[in-house]
Design a protein. Structure first.
Length: 270
């Protein structure tokens, strides 16, 4: 399986954008072209079960991303992950640290995350709506939960459409085709050498604010950034500001190496 993806830019460094669990690769519309203009080769993909990527077999999301890098001829990349995409980015960096030059984590989950009573109650509510066949109500529950106060009508429409698509794809797949947890441990996370930006919104759920604080202390080269305006999905809530903060972090944390420049040129030519 090769993940559905878009590419932009021909810079010597590659940036991979991993979407949240309520979105697909379109959530990066506000950053995709901006990061390419900043000098990066930018790849955004739909993880398996989201957007245009079907669920056709048991899978591990981080290994799917590694396989995509292999397919594109990318040896090393900076990885940006939002929420669930942040967890996938961490799993990739833990298992394949030589492939990841930098991590930018926005409202990130993490392997082994234990949900609070509040988050478990939300999950139980979503499960009940799905079991009752009320997908529209389940979609609206997600829209209302995951978007912060500055999210506009376009952001809400995008999450609504992407989440409904994900429900349709995932619920139609055989149960045995579900994702396989790679079992990444805290010790593995603590061994990730890549510089990391850990950004979290002041209006995000307490679980994700706690995860951000934990990751900032656990990752060896992490910097915590509190966004006083943001909810759970800053890339959708203030797209331009999020693009600027990502571009600034990547310029400092993941400058291209000479061998990466040569590889990127060869991949583009091919």
């Amino acid at each position: 399986m090769t993940l559905s993806r878009d590419q932009a830019g021909h810079g010597p460094s590659t940036v991979v954008l991993l979407h949240s669990g309520v979105c697909d690769r379109r959530m990066w519309d506000g950053q995709f072209s901006a990061l390419a203009a900043a000098g990066h080769r930018v790849v955004r993909c739909d993880l398996r079960g989201f957007g245009d990527t079907p669920v056709d077999a048991p899978h591990t999301h981080a290994e799917d991303v590694r396989d995509l890098l292999d397919h594109l001829g990318v040896e090393r990349a900076a990885v940006v992950g939002s929420s669930f995409g942040g967890r996938v980015a961490l799993e990739l960096a833990a298992r394949h640290p030589d492939r990841v030059t930098a991590l930018a984590l926005l409202g990130s989950g993490m392997p082994g995350m234990e949900p609070s009573a509040e988050l478990r109650a939300w999950g139980a509510r979503e499960d009940a709506l799905l079991e009752a066949g009320d997908l529209d109500a389940a979609v609206e529950l997600n829209v209302d939960t995951w978007l912060g106060p500055e999210a506009g009508a376009d952001a809400r429409a995008l999450v609504r459409e992407a989440q409904r698509r994900a429900f349709d794809v995932q619920l139609a797949a055989p149960e045995e085709y579900g994702p396989v947890d790679p079992g990444v441990t805290r010790d593995e996370l603590a061994g990730i050498p890549a510089p990391a930006l850990v950004a979290v919104g002041a209006h995000d759920l307490p679980d994700f604010r706690a995860v951000a604080a934990e990751l900032a202390g656990l990752l060896p080269a992490a910097r915590l950034l509190a966004l006083d305006w943001a909810g759970h999905l800053p890339a959708l809530e203030r797209p331009d500001e999020t693009a600027r903060l990502l571009a600034a972090f990547l310029a400092e944390a993941a400058p291209p190496r000479a061998d990466e420049s040569a590889a990127a040129t060869a991949a583009t030519a091919g």
